[in-house]
Design a protein around this ligand. Structure first.
Ligand SMILES: C[S@@+](CC[C@H](N)C(=O)[O-])C[C@H]1O[C@@H](n2cnc3c(N)ncnc32)[C@H](O)[C@@H]1O
Length: 270
């Protein structure tokens, strides 16, 4: 694996061995999947061929949790934990939480863990992503639902005007920049999970357009963006009447726009 360019080859090999051992079952026979040696070989080969480690081992670390992922699914990024932290700062009392463009549901799942009384809704347009989001949110089925469809169209109408906390890690890579992404993203993640249109803001504009209608008075909307795009993203949310500001974490190269619908007293913009 080192020869194939894996920088953390030993660490990755350990994760692959662990994943194969889990898949093999307690007696190591591999059950229906075959012997664990064969499993390990197959996993190493996939990794050497450039598949993301997370797809190979079947999980990604996010917010202290293991989020199930697999081929064809967007791999949750550690930088998105900054969005999670900011969401918890402004939305700690949120009763209704929505994760739009949820992917495998890392944000919704981490929010479900940390906001034990909140009603949660996660939505994505891609059935491959929602299948994983359902799996990740299965423990919270009594108060978390996963919906499929185009942005707000996926949500139950009854949520209009009631969403206290709306998070949306929507695609924001400018189309021209897609070709410059690392192969793991370019070749193994669906283009729809990355492609933000000509300037990277196409999906965010649509998220912004619908937000005033779905947010509760005083409700917050948070989106991830890049440092370069942040001023434009902020403008997009300000243009629909939200009070918007940019927060950054240099260490994780993470940038988030926090926007708030005016209303209810007692809620602060941050
Ligand atoms: C950058 S990924 C983020 C996924 C997840 N929120 C995360 O942080 O791991 C963007 C997601 O947006 C979804 N998406 C793209 N266009 C969409 C649309 N019009 N409506 C709903 N989801 C959309 C993609 O399928 C993908 O899962």
């Amino acid at each position: 694996m080192r020869a194939a360019g894996c920088v953390f080859a030993e660490e990755e090999a350990g994760m692959i061995l662990d994943a194969a051992a889990r898949a093999s079952g307690p007696d190591g026979s591999g059950g229906a999947g075959g012997a664990s040696g064969v499993l390990v070989e197959g996993m190493v080969e996939r990794r050497r061929a450039g598949e993301p480690l997370e797809h190979v081992v079947g999980w990604a670390a996010f917010g202290g949790l293991r989020i199930a992922v697999g081929p064809g699914v967007f791999v949750p990024r550690r930088r998105t934990e900054f969005l999670l932290e900011q969401a918890l700062r402004v939305g700690r009392d949120a009763a209704v939480v929505v994760d739009l463009c949820c992917g495998a549901g890392p944000l919704a799942t981490a929010l479900a863990v940390r906001l034990p009384r909140a009603e949660l809704h996660a939505a994505d347009i891609d059935p491959a992503q929602t299948a994983y989001a359902r799996r990740n949110l299965a423990l919270f089925a009594d108060r978390a639902s996963v919906h499929e469809g185009d942005l707000y169209d996926a949500l139950p109408d009854a949520l209009r005007g009631r969403v206290d906390l709306l998070v949306a890690n929507a695609p924001y890579v400018p189309r021209d920049a897609l070709a410059t992404l690392p192969g793991e993203a370019r070749d193994h993640e669906p283009v729809r999970s990355l492609d933000g249109g000509a300037d990277g803001l196409a999906v965010q504009r649509r998220v912004a357009a619908g937000a005033p209608d779905w947010l509760a008075p005083g409700g917050h909307l948070l989106v991830e963006t890049s440092e370069r795009q942040a001023p434009l993203t902020r403008e997009v949310f300000a243009a629909v009447g939200l009070d918007a500001r940019v927060v950054e974490c240099e260490e994780r190269e993470a940038c988030v726009v926090v926007a708030r619908r005016a209303g209810r007293a007692g809620w602060s913009a941050g």
